[in-house]
Design a protein around this ligand. Sequence first.
Ligand code: IMP
Length: 496
Amino acid sequence: MANIINEPSRTFGEYLLLPSLTTKDCVVENVDLKTPICRFKKGEKPQLTLNIPFSSAIMQSVSDNNMAIALAKNGGISFIYCSQSIESEAEMVRKVKKYKAGFVISDSNLTPENTLQDVLELKERTGHSTMAITEDGSSDGKLLGIVTGRDYRITRDPLDKKVKEFMTPAEKLIVGKEGITLSEANDIIWENKLNALPIVDENFNLVYTVFRKDYSEDKDNPRSLLDDQKRYVVGAGINSRDYKERVPALVEAGADVLCIDSSEGFSEWQADTIKWIKSKYDDTVKVGAGNVVEKEGFKYLADAGADFIKIGIGGGSICITREQKGIGRGQASAVLDVAKARDEYFEQTGIYVPICSDGGIVLDYHITLALSMGADFVMLGRYFAGFDESPTAKIKYGNGYVKEYWGEGSNRARNWARYDLGGKAGLQFEEGVDSYVPYAGKLDDGLGSTLHKIKSTMCNCGAKTIKELQQNVRLTVVSSTSLTEGGAHDVILKNQ
Ligand code: IMP
């Protein structure tokens, strides 16, 4: 006989938080969002902690090295997508680990033989007006000059004018030597009234560029998530097929934590993957697993040794798994159930295995709900895809802009390993769509506003930490009619 759970499968939008007493010290500045990301024993400190409970999805359209740097700067973590070759994923990880705050690897490079037309096109594409002119046009070639917006006049200069005729040539440039500190570079920038300082090696090859604005940006980020060598922390996705080759390459590149990326993680392939990693690396390599939506799946992966477990099947914005296969569970019900299992597991074994609510976050308060329901952190795709820092193109759309966002189970991504059930490889049908999301500007700004909302809601609930929120929270199920009451209603909105 079928075992039927009669409790409806609920989503975040079906709940609201009830306020509790806010004491005077419970203000936004005092809220601490630190949260564990890897398993730890009772009484011990977790080895890896996030400064904000955010991770970006293991997706081609979301998490590359740029997103990873931007998010780690803000205290969260990206998992670089694994639906790419082992070499290119490892290279992305390497770029994050090599990144030095304020030292930018130039993405705007030309040769002296390029023309003003090329300069304008590159500026349009990257949005950057300072360009390094190198011998071969690469980001690490011999530095021959620099072009900025002050070197040409669009109204007077012919478009076929060669870069070598208007660039500031190398002999007139002020440069910094490789090894210089950010504060020394900044002093040179200020003393010489520069906007950018190229940093070169002993052969005058370009290594980095330091921009005046980046220095202050770096100082504005006390939340940055850094390893013990002050490098940004980064995660990387893996699959249960090529892990014996992929994992060593990612570990060698410096990945701080791995995560098996799968639409359905309650499988022997995941247990095998975790066990192989743990036996090869003696627990020095951390690996998350998933996704699951109920207790049994959690317990299975926790017993196999997963460092954290992801929750969510079918709730992602680009996901059509439920329509295609009829499996899944409302995200709120899944988080509540797995959180209970995590707490029971902790009581029984003394081991705390953090859980991550993955997908289905539509409004900012859904993040607070997920945390209050027991998630230690969340994973978001759509949310991060809209920012400048995501890997996709910004496209004009009507009166505004959009960015592209496609599922790992779409034909476009063709991430067969994510949907692999061990048999014949290959995605036989799509489980995701190709879409646009509204352009959301700079990650720093959007995330800053979301964090402020989460913290102020936590204050309304009388909680200064995520654990306090989970212990004290009271939630209410909303009726469909009260949902209407929750938005602006019965007024005529201006400017519409
Ligand atoms: P979102 O934040 O609602 O956009 O959901 C992102 C999550 O959806 C990811 O972290 C994945 O777990 C999941 N996901 C990514 N691609 C697909 C897909 O093609 N089909 C189903 N789920 C997907």
